[in-house]
Design a protein around this ligand. Sequence first.
Ligand code: PMP
Length: 295
Amino acid sequence: MYFNDSTIVFSNGEYVTAKDLMVSPYNQTMHYGNGAFEGIRSYNTPDGTRIFKAIEHYERLKYSCEKMYIPCDYSVKELEQITYKLLELNNLSDAYVRPIVFLEPNMSLTATKKSTLIIMAWEWGQYLGSEQLRVMTSSFERPNPKSCHVEAKITGHYTNSILATQEAKEKGFDEALLTDIRGNVAEGPGANFFYEKNGELFTCPKGNILPGITRQTVFEIAKELEIPVHEKWFGIDEVYTADTAFFCGTAAEVIGIKSLDDKVFPMKWEDSVSELIQRKYKLRVSTNEFREMLI
Ligand code: PMP
């Protein structure tokens, strides 16, 4: 699914076939979870293949590396160019791009001097599908921001996401919604959360979440559509009173939520401002509209 015999990946300065990649089992990332990664999408637009917000994603990758003492000497511009070349070599246009920076053999808990950057790409549909989701409140909380750099995209943080996702699936739900250590709503295992009430959107402030690039895009779109967005702390009970809700993330894009626990949201998705945001997001990424806006 992710690669075949002819798939090319970028690995430390070279484009090589994925099947021939060798990774040392002594690498510190595999043992202790200290690696940085990104999830990026490219789209087939009328102007050709365009990576959506490549700069923002690669800035975040470098930020994640810096916070975790992971060397990463590539500039954001270089990373963008490498990715375009990788997409071309694999003949990909609508694709998901996964860069990962992982560490050299080191079995101690000290910073490691050398890292390896691998960038992979494959075709990937919407991560959470295209149907409105049945979501459960997770019994797991997002990590305490005093225990890690929660705003960085670090491999080890995703054990928390796996636990929450697996719990939700085992209980017959599509996805989980996690609270923070104070019981406020935080985010999903791999996406940010918004709810809608009386035509306005609500989401939690930064602090206990991965502040998504899609979340930021939702703010931008909402501003253009004159839909008020409020960042505030709220609990699960407040979400129960919402008209509707959605998750957003690079892999998931914007995806509606049908219910939380046993509460079905009363508003039809087609009647919500959330659906307008979803449509506008699709349009923005697939028509390269965002580039024009930057000029
Ligand atoms: N929260 C978490 C925990 C995530 O893994 C992701 C996906 N990267 C997001 C939010 C959404 O981030 P983005 O919009 O930058 O993809």
